[in-house]
Design a protein around this ligand. Structure first.
Ligand code: PLP
Length: 420
């Protein structure tokens, strides 16, 4: 059905209309909430799943379920083939050089913890520095804080301006011989800022410093090429990219991964074990201890294939247009302030309404069938930087439309009317 929509839609309609046609691939979006048609604008928290992903997971459990890598029987070989096939799909999706560089993890959080605790513990020493930005998600702050505390090192922070753009000249000054690694969000989940990561990677590399990019909010919205970015590590979560929860990816440069100690240990990550000594497995298995989320992996593969067929360049253009429309419409509402006005933004519209707490906005919007997120978005330092406790955040995917934005704006106007 999806193939049919994609192929038959292609010759007659432009990219925008073609993407809107794909909305019906997402069964959850058809429901009503509080008696109103659902308008789902919480995609930065998690995105909805197309039928093809749901079907693939169901088929896996109905026809292929087995544990991978260890079995010689038919089902185990089928499940292994399916799971390892996804590794090849992810390699191609990120344009990594080799499948050995694709590590399956639970999500972005686990990917960053892996790098912090494996690479960080070896390379960060007393009086060294780890450099992150002022707009990181907690998952790219706390693991580094823990490593710095343990090692007697210091966490340094690249500041940003009032628009939510990183100050690249300040970044340059913060890159010193003490800096052992840089961790940066590709796209900010709280502000929507798209950071100039390619330039920032080159600046760090000029001083021999490796860079980890948190791609959780980038991968659903733009084409990512890890070799073009030249980053050393790149992390993303399956559930934000139209795949299932419980699966994510860490891309790592092979030479770095090879020299890193295991993060977790147990089955599958070993070649052989005696009570005296264990020899670890080769990449990528050295970092994949225990039974992974096999169904999650298979579902992620289906999601990436689906997204690739839709064309990420077309998605980027469509969402850019949608974000501009939403920004213009919401900014025109009296007392609304947009938080995060960077020149380069993707899919996220954070805002406050003067005199009304974001949680009240979220609750009233829910009564209108509009799902947004309110709070600190796991980026409390961003809230501190802007002097606010929280924001309301609408975040978009390619299945959202200008009509969704119109409902959002009308509902915000209603909030103001009701709460005054
Ligand atoms: N990094 C960013 C920028 C995010 O937006 C998120 C989740 O919202 C994460 C990391 C953590 O992702 P996960 O909870 O899937 O591990």
């Amino acid at each position: 059905m999806i193939e049919a929509t994609l192929n038959t839609a292609q010759p007659q309609v432009d990219g925008k209309a073609r993407l809107e046609l794909c909305r019906h691939h997402f069964p959850l979006l058809r429901q009503r909430v509080n008696g109103k048609p659902l308008v789902y604008l919480d995609n930065a928290a998690t995105s909805q799943k197309p039928q093809v992903v749901i079907d693939t997971i169901m088929r896996y459990y109905m026809e292929e379920n087995s544990n991978i890598h260890r079995g010689v029987h038919y089902l185990s070989e089928k499940a292994t083939e399916a799971y390892e096939g996804v590794r090849a799909t992810v390699r191609q999706f990120l344009n990594a050089g080799d499948t050995r560089e694709i590590i399956f993890v639970r999500g972005t959080t686990e990917a960053i913890n892996l790098v912090a605790h494996s690479y960080g513990r070896v390379h960060v020493g007393k009086d060294d520095e780890v450099l992150i930005s002022a707009m990181e998600h907690h998952s790219n702050i706390v693991p580094w804080q823990i490593v710095c505390e343990e090692r007697g090192a210091r966490l340094r922070v690249i500041p940003m301006n009032d628009a939510g753009e990183l100050l690249v000249e300040e970044y340059e000054k913060l890159l010193t011989p003490r800096t052992k690694i840089v961790g940066l969000a590709h796209v900010s989940n709280a502000l929507g800022t798209v950071n100039p990561v390619k330039t920032m990677v080159a600046m760090a590399h000029a001083r021999g410093i490796p860079v980890l990019l948190d791609g959780a909010q980038a991968v659903p919205h733009m084409r990512v090429d890890v070799r073009d970015l030249d980053c050393d590590f790149y992390a993303f979560s399956g559930h934000k990219v139209f795949g299932p929860t419980g699966i994510g990816v860490l891309y790592g440069r092979e030479s770095l991964l090879n020299a890193m100690p295991p993060y977790q240990s147990g089955g599958d990550m070993i070649k052989w074990v005696t009570f005296e000594k264990t020899v670890y497995n080769d990449l990528p298995y050295k970092f994949e201890a225990g039974t992974p989320s096999i169904a999650g992996g298979v579902g992620l593969g289906a999601a990436i294939e689906y997204l690739t067929k839709l064309d990420l360049d077309a998605i980027g253009l469509y969402e850019h247009d949608l974000l501009q429309y939403a920004t213009a419409r919401l900014s025109a509402v009296p007392r609304v302030r947009i938080v995060g006005t960077a020149r380069e933004k993707a899919a996220v519209l954070s805002f406050t309404v003067e005199g009304i707490h974001p949680h009240d906005i979220g609750t009233i919007l829910d009564l209108e069938g509009v799902a947004i997120r309110t709070g600190h978005h796991c980026a409390q330092p961003v809230m501190q930087r802007f002097g606010i406790p929280a924001t309301a955040r609408a975040s978009f995917a390619f299945y959202n439309t200008k009509e969704d934005v119109d409902v959002l704006v009308k509902s915000v106007e209603k909030v103001i009317e009701v709460l005054g």
